[in-house]
Design a protein around this ligand. Structure first.
Ligand code: Q9C
Ligand code: ZN
Length: 675
C-alpha cells in the first residue's frame, strides 16, 4: 500500500484563554504565551503553510471518561461557573494546578485536538503530525489535576486508539523533563501500551518526588516490562545523553515491541534554558529524536505538546520537531558526543531491570549500579531543588540560553538542497524516481582522480564513465545543490575508493564509509581522522588492520534468528556514527551482501539523520534489489517495515559486544554501562 503523506498541525488560539488569575509562583510559568510564541515562530519559518491544518474539536465526556472518573469530570465541569475565590480553593485541592472559567473548555479542546491528530494519522489520511495544546496532560490522573495538567491528553488518546481503531500496540515516548506519572499509572498493568519516560529525578529530590519514578518501576501484572523509566540524577543532561538513552534503551525496546502507533508526550522543558529542567539539549536534538521515532510504526507519529517554559527554547524546539516531521534534512547535532557518567548509570540501570523481559537486552549481563532501596523514602524529601530558591540563577541561565539560541538557530536553518536525489548510472540502467546525473567530468580528469587515489589504473570505459558521474555528483552534494546520491557501478570498490579520496580533496572534513559485502577498500586509508571505515561482512576478516578509524564487524544473519541486524544498527553503527559526526557518508554495497534488503534500508533511513542527509550509496550493479530499495529510501520519507519476530542473534550480538568493548573509550556513545 502507498504510504501516507502530509503533516498535520493542530492549533486553536482559544487554548490561550486558560490562565492563572492569581499570584502563585509555582504555576506562574505555564502561560498562554507558550502557545502564541510557538505559533509565531512556525509562521516565521514558513512551516505553517507546509502543514495540513486539521480542525480542533472538543473531546466528548465519554472520551474523557476513558481515563478519568465521573466525579473528577464533574469537578472540572463545575469550575466553569466559579468565581475567583472558588477557583482558587478548588485548585488548592491539587498539587500545582490552577483553574480558570475557561479551563474546562480548553482542556476539552486539548484532548480533542490530540484525538483528531490520532484519527488523521491512524486512518492514513496524513503521515504524522503535531498538536500544540494547553493545558498539558501527562501529570493528570484518574481523579486529579496535577502539575498544570487537567485531562491526560496522551493517555486518553492511547485508550481511544485502542478502542476506536482497535490498535494492539502503542508506544508512548515522554521526553518532557518531568515524569508523566499520570500516564504511568494509567497503563501500569497494560501490555498494549509501552510507556517510556526520562525525567529529572536527582535521587527523588525533584518534583513530583515519587519512588515510582525510579528505574525499578517496570509495570505490574500483565504489564510487567512495559513501563520504562530513565531517571536523571543530575541536571545538565544534553544531546549526547539523550541520544545514548535512545540508542541503548528506547529504540531496541521499541523495535522489539513493534508499535502500530507512537504518541510523543512532547515537553520541551528537557531543552536548554528551561528553568524547570535545567538541562542542555539544543533544539536540533529534538530533530534527531523525532527522526529516530519516524523509523517505527510505519512513520505513524503523533507529537503532543506537554511542558516547556523557556519561550525561545520551546518555540525553536517545536519548529525543529515539525521541520523533521515534514521531511527536511536533519541538522548536525550540536556539541561533543560524550554522555556523562551519571547518564550512563541511569541507562545501565534501565537495561539491568528490563533485561528479564526483553530479548534485545539478553546479552547485556549488567547489574544495577546502586541499590534503589537505599534511596530515601517518600516522606523524607529534601526541598532544595523546588521553586523559589534561586530565581536570579534561573534568570541568568535563561538569558544565556537566549543569546546562545539567537546565534545557534542561524546555523541550524540551512537551505534545503533543491534536488533530493541524483544517480550516477551506467548508460543502460535506470532507477525509479531518481534524476539521472550526466557526466560533466572529462575522462582524463577521471583517470587522474583514480591514479591520485592510489588505485590501479582502470581502462574499462563503463567504469570510468560511472566514476565521472559520481565525481560531478559529489561536487553538487558539497555545494548543497543535491542532498544525496546513488551510484550503480560495475566496480563498487574502485568507484567508492576514488570518491572517498576525492571527497577529502574537494573539502569534506570527515568521511564515514560503511562497506557491506564483497568490497575491497581502505588498504591505504590513513589514520588522520578524515575517514572512518566500517566494514560489515559475513565472516571474520582477520587481515584487516584494526584501529579507531578502521573497524570490521562480522555479521551474518542466522536464518533462525530473523531481523537481528536492527540491534547492530542501533547499538553499534549509530553510536559509532554519531560519535564521529561525519559530514558525508558512503554506503558501499558489494556482491554477497550478508545483510538483507530490509536491514540495509533501515541502516540508510537512520543514517540520513547524520551529515545533513548527505548519503552517497555506491552499489555494485548486480545488486538490483538493493539499489531499488535504496532509491526508495533516499528519495522519500520511508519506513522499512519490520515484523515482530525480531531477535538478537547470539553470535552476531556477541561480536558487537566485543567491538563495543574495544572501541567505547574512543567512540563514547558506544558506552552503555559503567562496569
Ligand atoms: N514547588 C509540565 O511540565 N513544579 N508540568 C513543581 C513545586 C511543577 C510541570 C514545583 C511542574 C509541573 C507539564
Ligand atoms: Zn514538564
Amino acid at each position: 500500500s502507498a504510504m501516507a503523506s502530509g503533516t498535520a498541525l493542530l492549533y486553536d488560539e482559544e487554548m490561550t484563554s486558560h490562565k492563572l488569575l492569581w499570584d502563585d509562583p509555582a504555576c506562574a510559568i505555564e502561560v498562554p504565551e507558550r502557545l502564541l510564541s510557538c505559533y509565531k515562530r512556525l509562521k516565521c519559518y514558513g512551516l505553517l503553510e507546509r502543514c495540513v491544518s486539521v480542525p480542533v474539536r472538543e473531546a466528548t465526556e465519554d472520551e474523557i471518561l476513558l481515563i478519568h472518573s465521573k466525579e473528577y469530570l464533574e469537578v472540572v465541569q463545575s469550575t466553569q461557573f466559579m468565581n475567583e475565590e472558588e477557583l482558587r480553593k478548588t485548585s488548592q485541592n491539587y498539587d500545582c494546578a490552577f483553574f480558570h472559567p475557561n479551563s474546562y473548555h480548553c482542556a476539552k479542546l486539548a484532548v480533542g485536538a490530540t484525538l483528531q491528530l490520532v484519527d488523521s494519522v491512524v486512518s492514513g489520511r496524513l503521515r504524522n503530525g503535531m498538536a500544540l495544546v494547553r493545558p498539558p496532560g501527562h501529570h493528570s490522573q484518574r481523579s486529579e489535576s496535577n502539575g498544570f495538567c487537567v485531562f491526560n491528553n496522551v493517555a486518553v488518546a492511547a485508550e481511544y486508539a485502542k478502542k476506536k481503531h482497535n490498535l494492539q500496540r502503542i508506544l508512548i515516548v515522554d521526553w518532557d523533563i518531568h515524569h508523566g506519572q499520570g500516564i504511568q499509572f494509567a497503563f501500569e498493568e497494560d501490555p498494549s501500551v509501552l510507556y517510556f519516560s526520562w525525567h529529572r529525578y536527582e535521587h527523588q529530590e525533584f518534583w513530583p518526588n515519587l519512588k515510582e519514578s525510579n528505574f525499578d518501576t517496570v509495570g505490574k501484572g500483565e504489564g510487567t516490562g512495559f513501563n520504562v523509566n530513565i531517571p536523571w540524577n543530575k541536571t545538565g543532561m544534553g544531546n549526547a545523553d539523550y541520544v545514548a538513552a535512545f540508542f541503548h534503551v528506547l529504540l531496541p525496546m521499541a523495535f522489539e515491541f513493534n508499535p502500530e502507533l507512537i504518541l510523543v508526550s512532547s515537553g520541551y522543558d528537557s531543552g536548554i534554558g528551561d528553568p524547570e529542567g535545567r538541562m542542555h539539549a539544543t533544539p536540533d536534538c529534538f530533530s534527531h529524536l523525532t527522526h529516530f521515532l519516524m523509523q517505527l510504526a510505519e512513520g505513524k507519529l503523533c507529537v503532543v505538546l506537554e511542558g516547556g517554559y523557556h519561550l525561545r527554547s520551546l518555540s525553536e524546539s517545536v519548529c525543529m520537531t515539525l521541520k523533521t516531521l515534514l521531511g527536511d534534512p536533519v541538522p548536525q547535532l550540536y556539541g561533543e558526543m560524550i554522555p556523562c557518567l551519571s547518564a550512563i548509570e541511569s541507562i545501565q540501570n534501565a537495561i539491568a531491570v528490563h533485561a528479564p523481559y526483553w530479548k534485545c537486552f539478553m546479552h547485556d549481563k549488567v547489574s544495577i549500579v546502586q541499590d534503589p532501596s537505599t534511596k530515601r523514602e517518600s516522606g523524607d524529601v529534601h526541598l532544595v531543588s523546588q521553586s523559589g530558591s534561586f530565581p536570579e540563577v534561573c534568570a541568568d541561565e535563561a538569558k544565556k540560553a537566549d543569546m546562545f539560541l539567537q546565534h545557534h538557530m542561524v546555523e541550524l536553518l540551512l537551505p534545503v538542497p533543491p534536488l533530493r536525489t541524483a544517480a550516477a548510472l551506467a548508460s543502460h540502467s535506470l532507477l525509479c524516481g531518481v534524476q539521472v546525473e550526466a557526466s560533466t567530468v572529462a575522462l582524463e580528469e577521471v583517470e587522474t582522480a583514480i591514479s591520485n587515489s592510489g588505485m590501479m589504473l582502470v581502462k574499462e570505459e563503463a567504469i570510468l564513465l560511472c566514476v565521472g558521474k559520481m565525481l560531478s555528483l559529489l561536487t553538487k552534494i558539497l555545494k548543497k545543490q543535491v542532498r544525496n546520491g546513488i551510484a550503480l557501478s560495475p566496480a563498487a570498490s574502485v568507484s567508492s575508493s576514488v570518491a572517498i579520496k576525492q571527497s577529502i580533496a574537494i573539502g569534506f572534513q570527515k568521511v564515514l564509509c560503511i562497506a557491506i559485502g564483497d568490497v575491497d577498500i581502505g588498504k591505504d586509508f590513513s589514520d588522520d581522522g578524515k575517514t572512518v571505515l566500517l566494514k560489515i561482512c559475513g565472516k571474520q576478516n582477520s587481515e584487516m588492520a584494526k584501529s579507531k578509524y578502521c573497524i570490521s564487524l562480522c555479521w551474518s544473519e542466522d536464518p533462525h534468528e530473523k531481523d537481528s541486524f536492527v540491534f547492530g544498527v542501533l547499538r553499534f553503527v549509530l553510536p559509532l556514527a554519531y560519535s564521529y559526526q561525519p559530514d558525508i557518508i558512503f554506503i558501499t554495497i558489494g556482491a554477497k551482501c550478508s545483510i538483507d534488503v530490509k536491514g540495509i534500508s533501515l541502516l540508510a533511513c537512520f543514517l540520513q539523520g547524520l551529515a545533513e542527509g548527505r548519503i552517497f550509496a555506491v552499489i555494485q550493479d548486480t545488486e538490483v534489489k538493493i539499489a531499488e530499495a535504496m532509491a526508495e529510501v533516499l528519495t522519500d520519507i520511508r519506513t522499512p517495515y519490520f515484523g515482530s519476530d525480531i531477535s538478537s542473534a547470539s553470535e552476531a550480538v556477541l561480536a558487537i559486544k566485543r567491538e563495543r568493548d574495544r572501541l567505547q573509550n574512543q567512540w563514547k556513545l558506544l558506552r552503555s554501562s559503567v562496569n
